[in-house]
Design a protein around this ligand. Structure first.
Ligand code: 13P
Length: 248
């Protein structure tokens, strides 16, 4: 079995200010060294600051979204080439908030993942079911469908992505999936990745949804959970650091 290095990613969502971010990142940097990979996904406008602050460290930075288009008349969009220029290691794609509030389809999410990979930016592809879908017994079907469109689009490069399982009902609600519930979905996503790429054992699948310092260790101890995508708790240095320590 392959050993996968754990990865903990902070998703700041639409939070922060230059002053608050500087304080947060100074706190994170002061806590190094870390035994796992660590990254923060900031709003676009803060990426240059993050690059300047983090460049000399092993903490990486990334975006929360990317355009599917290479360039052109797409007002308000940010291209993968621009993220590459800012040194982004990662970008989220298909976060449930973008799927829900910006009507992003599986096909658009896949095109965004491909645009990112084309510029050497690793897409963190988010999948997850709503509460209604879980209660209707459709969890497996939904997450497999979401992932399969991306796998198909990326073809021979599919093993380059990171996957994040974020049950929509667990995001920002304080209601975390139990470690067993999360593990069950991670295992089926890994089987799907393995069948499609032959490299599923080496790919990282993160869990996201109300991960906190007091539940992180139990989640990260599951066989197929390779770290976390952290929302609210990534905005406080002490909480984020505690979660990073739980991963390593
Ligand atoms: P919370 O950790 O705030 O529940 O957010 C999870 C999330 O959406 C990370 O992308």
């Amino acid at each position: 079995m392959t050993t996968r290095r754990k990865l903990v990613v902070g998703n700041w969502k639409m939070h922060g200010s230059r002053v608050a971010n500087a304080e947060l990142l100074a706190g994170v940097l002061a806590a190094r060294p870390f035994a796992c990979d660590v990254a923060v996904c900031t709003p676009f406008v803060y990426l240059a600051d993050a690059a300047a602050t983090l460049a000399a460290s092993d903490v990486r930075w990334g975006a929360q979204d990317v355009s599917a288009h290479a360039q052109g008349a797409y007002t308000g969009e940010v291209s993968a080439a621009m993220l590459q220029e800012l040194g982004c290691r990662y970008t989220l794609v298909g976060h449930s908030e973008r799927r829900a509030y910006h009507a992003e389809s599986d096909a658009l999410v896949a095109a965004k993942a491909q645009a990112a990979l084309g510029r050497g930016v690793t897409p963190i592809v988010c999948v997850g079911e709503t509460l209604a879908e879980r209660e209707a017994g459709q969890t497996a079907e939904v997450v497999k469908r979401q992932l399969s469109v991306v796998i198909h689009q990326l073809a021979h490069c599919a093993a380059e992505m990171v996957v994040a399982y974020e049950p929509v009902w667990a995001i920002g609600t304080g209601r975390t999936a139990t470690p067993a519930q999360a593990q069950e979905v991670h295992a089926l996503l890994r089987a799907q990745l393995q069948a499609a790429t032959g490299r599923g054992d080496a790919m990282r699948i993160l869990y996201g949804g109300s991960v906190k310092p007091d539940n992180a260790a139990e989640l990260f101890a599951q066989a197929d959970i390779d770290g976390g995508l952290i929302g609210g708790a990534s905005l406080k240095a002490a909480d984020f650091i505690a979660i990073v320590r739980a991963a390593g």
